[in-house]
Design a protein around this ligand. Sequence first.
Ligand code: B1M
Length: 786
Amino acid sequence: MPWNPDSVTLLDGAMGTMLQKMGLRPGQIPEMTNLTHPEWVRSIHAGYITAGSRIIYANTFGANRLKLKDTGHTVREIVAAGVGIAREAAAGTDALVGLDVGPLGALLEPLGTLPFEEAYGLFAEIVEAGRDAGADLIAIETMTDLQEARAALLAAKEHASLPVFVTMSFDPSGRTFTGCAPSCMARVLEGLGADAVGLNCSLGPREALPLVKAIARNTRLPVIAKPNAGLPDPVDGHYDLSPAGFADAMKALAEAGATVVGGCCGTDPAYISALRDALAGVVPARPAFDETPFVCTASVPLPLDRPRVIGERINPTGKKRFQQALIENDLNYIVGVAVQQMDAGAEILDVNVGYPGVDEEDMLPRVVKALQSAVDIPLQLDSVSPAALEAALWVYCGKAAVNSVSGKESSLEALLPIVKKYGAAVVGLALDDAGLPDTAEKRVEIAEKILARATAAGIPRQDVWIDCLTLTVSAQQEQARETLRAVERVSREMGLPTVLGVSNISFGLPERQKITQAFLLRALQAGLTLPIVNPNQQELMDLIAANRALNGEDPGCAGYISRFAGTPAPAAVTAAPGDLSLQDAVIRGLKADAARAAREMLRDTPEMDVVERHLIPALDRVGADYESGRVFLPQLLSAAQAAQSVFEEIKNSLAAKGGRAENKGEILLATVQGDIHDIGKNIVKTVLENYGYRVIDLGRDVAPETVVRAAEETGAQLVGLSALMTTTLPAMEETARQLRQMKNAPAVMVGGAVVTAEYAGRIGALYARDARAAVTLAKQVFEKCR
Ligand code: B1M
């Protein structure tokens, strides 16, 4: 019997923690037990089926090529064995078998190095193996990066025709560790064709309740909840809920709309049978789906509950510098234009890279990737090429808008299936094969046709936005009125969001701003949702801010007040790309701008002043924003990359001044185990080298034993250790301890933002506050050794 999405479905509980109880040792790959101990796996499945599970997840969570690479077994073998064991356990019952698909264990670009395309390929391999082995459905789970969940879901949809469940793991902060919000997750995964979405692992049922509610408001799909058996004890790792306590807390999740329920870490068949009993008689009371039109990135949800500004500047038309950037493949310039618009108040960016000689199918996805690693606002992909749009939607992480289809048959046929496949919103231009109609009524007719065709293609009504098209008032005066009437009818009678490129109205007239402003105001009054404007034109943005306050869309007039009475506009609003300060460029993650600013600054500023007075304060600001939840891991990472480009300039500058040729002594350097922060350590290394020391750099995340071995092999008299996190200080202490125990123990110098002189003293090390202090200490150590 296939899965019934309308019924309450009981899933199973944990597999990993159960295998550990049976004898799986730390470090062993759980999926290998499909070959070595199939009886363990079979008995776990049987226990869950007896307890009431109607879907069991095969033991295939980590069966991917990256994790299995040293086992001598293929994905196909391990998946076939896992699904086969589950099938045997389910034989003669009505339980279904899910192919369990977990994260790959490597971070995808831009957070890590794994390209999206490769991740998709790795998932496709698992899906094909599971499909061929006879899985009834696919359960993608424990995802923390929405882009990885997208890769897995696309692979599942394109390589099997089975129902697909997708769950992500959220922190107590209500976000995944990469910053993905539950509303964005639910909208994006539903748009891509998931059959049920929700959460698993990380939290207990009590902590999961607000998240389940948020997910249920943002999807029409069945909601999955598979939390842990409470929270783990920090000392012994035991979860704090009993089967009865777990089942009781799960009732609230079911009542909040979770209809596909089970357990994750720490649960066992006793939890599932308690859950089965507790759910008897519970009536899910799902909150109503929020119909507000919506676009998003992974971490920024943008409901169109008030007019939202679309920035128009990523477009080569009439812009020589932009055209040159496209031809020269200068993505950094394009990212700079995006940052400038975002700083000026754009909430969505239109992205158009169509220009003679530019291969849009290649360029548009690359620009989308570059923009998404630096600006965290939704994008509207603007192209007439279906292939370019599909390539860009494939990599876009979030829910995008597509600009545009028209009422022309050829356009509707080519584009609506693509929009549907990727769950995007679509702009419908109110023109058709007969051209642009001259009355509002005819434009509304075309809007109705587009809406009918879009909904027939499976695109939800609120994802259809209509552009009633602006003509130039100097050439066709009466058309301004028709456009405004069409906007009013589409927005008030059809209830659809409306889009309008506003500035075209004033083309060819003197004092264009005046006409554009008047038109914008009237369009907003007519119900315009999405003005496409140049956000760098302050007067237009002022008008939008005032209009929001007058419409009651700006609670307490807070936006208006901060615009006009708050802090002055940030420097970047006025700074053109290429003019950003070093700090602004690092904060915004603009590599080339940061490098350029550093080069200019280094002409008259000492290298260490650039580090201490500009680079560190910029990173401190990003770190503080990260800590307070204002920015997320992607921005932290792009700021780090921009900082690396500053560091390269500093290195070049020091090299140009000529480091000392002599070898004053050998120093080992490492960032301690568990810590991947190495910008500070690299700066220390460059400065030490510049002062004539030979530095052997062991890199980052270095185990104490590796440091000791290297110290023994090289006989270095000074070892430098860097740590940036409170959580990695114990590794620093352990490394220092092991070094002290060496026969010819070297001196140990420690530094890094979390290290203090007092702490260094406590672990028997010397303290260097910064790179200059490291040089002074090295001098003292080597003088003593002489
Ligand atoms: Co992360 N990070 N980070 N991070 N990061 C911090 C450290 C954090 C304080 C941010 C915050 O929350 N406010 C926080 C740590 C909290 C804690 O203490 N527990 C944090 C976190 C939580 C994380 C992650 C866990 C985030 C996540 O994944 N959810 C993750 C950790 C991964 C891991 O290490 N296991 C993570 C990842 C990253 C990036 C990869 C994105 C990136 C690092 C890239 C890289 O280094 N290649 C990054 C960055 C950039 C930062 C901040 C913003 C900046 C660090 C930096 O480079 N500063 C940082 C916040 C902050 O510090 N304000 C933060 C500039 C550098 C020049 O300064 O290293 O102090 P510093 O070096 C100075 C001196 O300290 C001294 O000289 C240098 C020059 O004057 N010095 C020495 C340093 N080492 C020395 C050694 C010496 C002598 C002097 O002798 C041997």
